[in-house]
Design a protein around this ligand. Structure first.
Ligand code: DX5
Ligand code: ZN
Length: 216
């Protein structure tokens, strides 16, 4: 079963509570939350105070995507707020193994994200410990960019990597430029959790778009 995580980055921030209700009612499985620091990526979004403020206003589990240079500094804070997936970028961390253990010790699931220029093979030695591999299908920083087709091949590689490691439970998530068309090859390749920002929040009928991404 394919799960859909609309990205809050494309929501109307002036009415977040209503936006969350809207995607919850439209059939979303997770809320994808993009934390950007203006250093790792050339954009700044929001941090823990906002994530904490919205937590009581939706039943959707939080899928946190940290695009920050120092993700380890935020593990305890987000664990206290209550997030399901804590995903950091491979490119930001010299001690991936340690950080994965730290995330799990704090009761969250651990994900690692890969930029379009970062090979899947960099995760070989932590594959057994991961709860998620996040394949970026755009360069992180902004919503509304075009899907990079090379991501399809990387999803296949991630699937093999996890199988080789004997990890049957980890999720393969894809983020960036996903819509009711680009979702098709990505699902065929083995992705199980799809992020969609502009496609869902920009749709006339959000429920229909979520259903199309799930079933096309
Ligand atoms: C990009 C973010 C994405 C973004 C996706 O840096 O990580 O989650 O919001 O937006 P769309 O689906 O519009 O590409
Ligand atoms: Zn994201």
């Amino acid at each position: 079963m394919i799960k859909i995580a609309p990205s809050m980055l494309s929501a109307d921030f002036s009415m977040l509570r209503d936006e969350l209700k809207s995607i919850e009612q439209a059939g979303a499985d997770y809320l994808h939350i993009d934390i950007m620091d203006g250093h790792f990526v050339p954009n700044l979004t929001f941090g823990a105070p906002i994530v904490k403020a919205i937590r009581p206003h939706t039943t959707l589990p939080f899928d946190l995507h940290l695009m920050v240079t120092n993700p380890a500094d935020y593990v305890e804070e987000y664990a206290k707020i209550g997030v399901e997936y804590f995903t950091f970028h491979q490119e930001t961390v010299p001690h991936m193994h340690r950080l994965i253990q730290q995330i799990k010790a704090n009761g969250m699931k651990a994900g690692v994200a890969l930029n379009p220029g970062t090979p899947v093979s960099t995760l070989e030695d932590v594959a057994v410990d991961l709860d998620m591999i996040l394949i970026m299908s755009v360069n992180p920083g902004f919503g509304g960019q075009s899907f990079i087709p090379r991501a399809v091949e990387k999803v296949k590689q991630a699937k093999i990597l996890l199988e080789t490691a004997g990890n049957k439970d980890a999720v393969i998530e894809v983020d960036g430029g996903i819509n009711d068309i680009t979702c098709i090859p990505i699902k065929d390749a083995g992705a199980t959790l799809l992020v969609a920002g502009s496609a869902v929040f920009g749709a006339q009928d959000r429920a229909k778009m979520i259903e199309s991404i799930r079933n096309n």
